[in-house]
Each structure stands twice: as C-alpha cells, then as structure tokens.
Design a protein around this ligand. Structure first.
Ligand code: UDP
Length: 346
C-alpha cells in the first residue's frame, strides 16, 4: 500500500544515482528548496561520502539498490530523476553489459514506477548520443554518429535506447517524461580516479605526476560546472509545458584538451609536465552544445566560467587529497555487478 507523505511545501522526489557526483548535488539543491528526497544508489560508482552529510536530514531517505532491481517504493512520488549510470568511459566500460542493462532495464523500471505514481520523469541522457559528431556545434535535431559495436557503445547506445523508452512512454501518454542531454560536467565530488579529463589533470598536477594527454590533445570538449547543470536539470523537470523533445544542457565554451592542461598547470603549483598517451578508440574529436533550446524554453544558461569552476574544483581536490583516509574511501569503486547477476524488476 502506497503512503502519501506529501510534505506541506515541497514534492516527494526520487533521485536515482543520488549518491553520485551530479546526483548528490541535485539532492542538496532539492532539499534546500524544501522537497523530500529519496536517494536510490547501488554505490557501484556513487559514494556514501557524497550523501553522508544528509543522513540525518529529516526530509532525506537513502535506499541502497540497483535500479535494475528496483520494483517499488512505499511512498507516493511526484518526480523521478534518473541519474543512475556509470558516466566516465573507464567506469562504464568496466562492465559494459551492466551499463547497457542499467540504461535499458533500469530506465524501464523507473519509467514503470513513474507511470504507477503519475510522477514526472527526467532522464539524464548525454552528449554521447551524438557520438563523434559530424555536425558542430551539436543541436538536438542532429542524429549523431555512433558506433553500435565499439567500446563506447554500451553507454552511447544504452543512453539512446533509454531516450527511446522515454519518448515512447511520453507519446503513449503513460509518463510525463523529459530528457536532458548532459555535456561534460565537472566540480567538487568527482571521484579522483574516475578517469575523466578534469579529475585526472587536477589530481595529477596536485600530486606532481605527469599530466596524461590522449592523442594530440587537439580534441575539444565543453565543460559545465555542476551547479549550473543542476539548475538546468531542475528547470527542465519543472518547466510547463513539457518540451516533448530532448534538451542540451552544457556550457558552450569550447576548449582543446591542451588548453585545459595549460589552465591546470597555470592554476596548480606543480612541477608536473604533460605526457602523450594513445587516443582511446572512438574518442569524439569535437564537442560543443548548441543551447538555444534550453535558453528559449527553460530561460537557462550556465553562469560559471571554466576558470572559476576549475579553481573551486582544484581547491576541493587539494583538500580531499590532503585527507588520505577520505580519499581512499572515495576512490573505492565497488565491483560492478556482472550481467548474470542482473534481475529485471517489474
Ligand atoms: N583525456 C585525456 N587524458 C586523460 C583523460 C581524458 O587526454 O587523462 C581526453 C579523452 O581522450 C577525451 C577528453 O579528454 O578526448 C575527455 O575525456 P573524458 O573521459 O573526460 O570524457 P568524454 O567526453 O570522452 O566522455
């Protein structure tokens, strides 16, 4: 029997992946607004440290569960955000079958939950749906250039299939589903060992190790600070009417990896130097969001320039790396669940 524990002011919101980097910042923002937050996380890539300060919050509840196994929750939900998926290339490739199943079976479970609760649903999709893009910058109507058999496919194709599920549920009138295509995001609480460019370069510079540049370093990315992204996610979930189309969320400032490495070297006192490493297979060469749709429909655009966000993130990593015990806890990524262990819930 579902219990409606609607609080006076706020909504009851499930955040899947709420102990992750972006998810935990989203939980913070929703609690600050007055909502009740149910965080669901498997801790495969999320960290208990990220939500430890919220444990005793009267409007916060934590459920340790993989979304592939989540059948029901015992409170009526107003909104569901799905941020549950490994998101950095080394992590989502560690157990590619589980990544694909998280995107498809896990998203399917959450959409069924949203349908039963008549809850609005926001899917965290990705710029990876554009693959190695031929059109630049990427607008939402660009259909992408994705390999369906390469090492990135488990994530790229998984997220594309998840979008299909969302729009099918929307078209058939079952779920008020919304889709955010998130471009590279950074900020405090990134895992120091998640393998992404900003965490790698900052941690390497702080520790005086060589800065690893894959390929020529001329490939580009556009980096959005996490507080800007969270504001965009909330705006997309709450906007009326439903845009009924995916919305890019990212910072259009575009930098080469070499430029980023130079910024890090200028910001962090270090003797580190850059070293070249091979470019991973299917690594996108250029990426920049066209955010006209988000500007028009959500009245949203990012506010934090890379120089400022990078400074915050460098300070955070410096403090976290100084606390060796906290760092070891944060770096402990649980063994990904193998495909044979996945049961697809109702
Ligand atoms: N990259 C790099 N050195 C690193 C990590 C990443 O040069 O230590 C490059 C990577 O090849 C890619 C870009 O930085 O071109 C962004 O990589 P990331 O893994 O952060 O995210 P992606 O956008 O590829 O998912």
């Amino acid at each position: 029997m579902l219990q409606r524990t609607r609080n006076e002011k706020g909504k009851t919101i499930l955040v899947a992946g709420g102990a992750g980097f972006v998810g935990s910042h989203l939980c913070d923002a929703l609690l600050a607004r007055g909502d009740r937050v149910i965080c669901v996380d498997s801790y495969i890539t999320g960290s208990k440290d990220n939500v430890r300060p919220l444990r005793n919050h009267p409007r916060f509840r934590l459920i340790e569960k993989d979304i592939c196994d989540l059948a029901e929750v015992d409170e009526t939900l107003d909104q569901i955000y799905n941020l549950a998926c490994a998101a950095s290339p080394p992590q989502y490739q560690a157990d590619p079958v589980h990544t694909m199943m998280t995107c498809v079976a896990g998203t399917g479970n959450l959409l069924s939950l949203a349908e039963r609760h008549a809850a609005s649903f926001l899917q965290a999709s990705t710029s990876e749906v554009y693959g190695d893009p031929i059109e630049h910058p990427q607008r939402e109507d660009y259909r992408g250039n994705v390999s369906c058999i390469g090492p990135r496919a488990c994530y790229d194709e998984g997220k594309r299939a998840a979008e299909t599920l969302c729009f099918d549920m929307l078209r058939t009138g079952k779920v008020d589903a919304r889709v955010a295509r998130i471009f590279n995001t950074y900020g405090p609480r990134m895992q120091p060992n998640d393998g992404r460019i900003i965490s790698n370069l900052l941690v390497q510079a702080i520790q005086g190790r060589p800065l690893t540049i894959y390929g020529t370093g001329k490939q580009t990315r556009s980096f959005c600070f996490v507080s800007d992204l969270v504001a965009g996610l909330i705006a997309l979930m709450d906007v009326d009417p439903n845009p009924e189309a995916p919305v890019n969320l990212g910072n259009p400032g575009e930098f080469t990896i070499n430029e980023l490495a130079e910024m890090v070297l200028a910001m962090v006192p270090t003797a580190s130097k850059a070293v070249r490493k091979p470019l991973p297979q299917d690594d996108p060469q250029r990426r920049r969001p066209d955010i006209s749709r988000a500007k028009e429909l959500l009245k949203w655009e990012p506010k934090v320039p890379l120089s400022e966000g990078l400074r915050h993130t460098a300070d955070w990593f410096t403090a976290a790396l100084g606390d060796g015990k906290a760092l070891r806890r944060r770096s402990r990524v649980r063994r990904p669940i193998s495909s044979s262990e996945i049961s697809v819930g109702a």
